[in-house]
Ligand binder design. Structure first.
Ligand code: MEV
Length: 309
């Protein structure tokens, strides 16, 4: 029996742009998924037969990696599904990690590569950001720009993304989940229309690039005031691109009113979650709960995906 654990993730700056090779900074978070895998006489997930519709990511992970006997998988998740917090990426990386471990082939880079293949196929498009963030842990920068010191590079359809480790301080992030499902493939399509068919969309992505580059500097300098301002600027762009929603906007307003340094949607948007940067997490969480948002106070997970034996 193998148990793999993967953290979820939040994107601090740069979602959607990263699909087009723009920079994106993410951190793995203390909300996690565990997947337990053991040989069995048929394929099952949580005691039910493996179902193509219900267990899409797991099925694709098995197809991509496993050629042995049938398996029983059991999953446990602390991450709200379709909440913009990497629940699919974490289920994928934990499943991939467990399957690789069964073949004695577990390492984080391989988990990131194979998990991206799975996510890309299932979602019909993606960047390797989310699966690399869950695999590596801590903070990462995903960017088409090549610089020294990449952890790994991933190429798909003629685009190469380089994944870099980013040193992030111990910080507490408040997540406000709207309870509305974020449908990543739909959002990806919507943003693609805007980017491909208007020079305006492409200009917004250029602007976002500058924000992320400056955000990396602010993170390195532990300048939360500036980082918060940059998150707000990033949110304005995401809103203009059509990735926000009135439920997200409502939670952002209360978080900022309650004193957050900055706040923005995280992940694909259109529902899902927002994040707020603060050193008064309980105060912001309470304000979110009063607006009927589900609040989570999380810290940065430094370990990434791992195998328990
Ligand atoms: C979703 O968490 C992040 C997006 O940028 C999509 C991706 O990078 O695959 C919206």
């Amino acid at each position: 029996m193998i148990i793999a654990i993967s953290p979820g993730k939040v994107i601090l700056l740069g979602e959607h742009g990263v699909v087009y090779g723009k920079p994106c900074i993410s951190v793995a978070i203390s909300l996690k998924v565990a997947v337990n895998v053991e040989e069995y006489f048929e394929y099952t997930v949580n005691g039910q037969p493996l179902d193509e519709k219900k267990h899409t990511y797991i099925k694709k992970a098995i197809e991509t990696i496993w050629d042995g006997n049938p398996l029983a998988l059991t999953t446990f998740s602390q991450i709200p599904s379709a909440g913009g917090l990497g629940s699919s990426a974490a289920i994928t990386t934990a499943s991939v990690a467990a399957l690789l471990a069964l073949k004695d082939a577990f390492n984080k880079e391989e988990v990131a590569r194979k998990s991206f293949e799975v996510e890309y196929e299932v979602q019909n498009g993606a960047s390797p950001n989310d699966t690399s963030a869950c695999s590596y842990g801590g903070g990462i920068l995903t960017w088409a720009k090549e610089m020294p010191g990449a952890l790994w590079d991933i190429t798909r359809n003629g685009r190469t993304w380089h994944i870099y480790a980013v040193d992030v301080p111990d910080m507490t992030i408040v997540i406000g989940n709207t309870g509305i499902k974020s449908k990543t493939p739909l959002l990806l399509k919507k943003i693609r229309k805007c980017v491909d068919h208007s020079s305006f969309g492409a200009e917004l992505l250029e602007e976002m690039e500058q924000i992320v580059v400056e955000g990396k500097r602010a993170l390195q300098q532990r300048d939360f005031v500036r980082l918060g301002e940059l998150m707000n600027e990033n949110q304005r762009i995401l809103h203009t691109l059509g990735a926000s929603s009135k439920e997200i906007d409502r939670l952002l307003t209360v978080a900022l009113k309650a004193g957050a340094y900055g706040a923005k949607l995280t992940g694909a948007g259109g529902g899902g979650s927002m994040i707020a940067l603060t050193d008064e997490p309980e105060r912001i969480a309470e304000a979110i709960r009063k607006k009927r948002g589900r609040a989570y106070v999380v810290t940065v997970d430094k370990e990434g995906v791992k195998i328990l034996k």
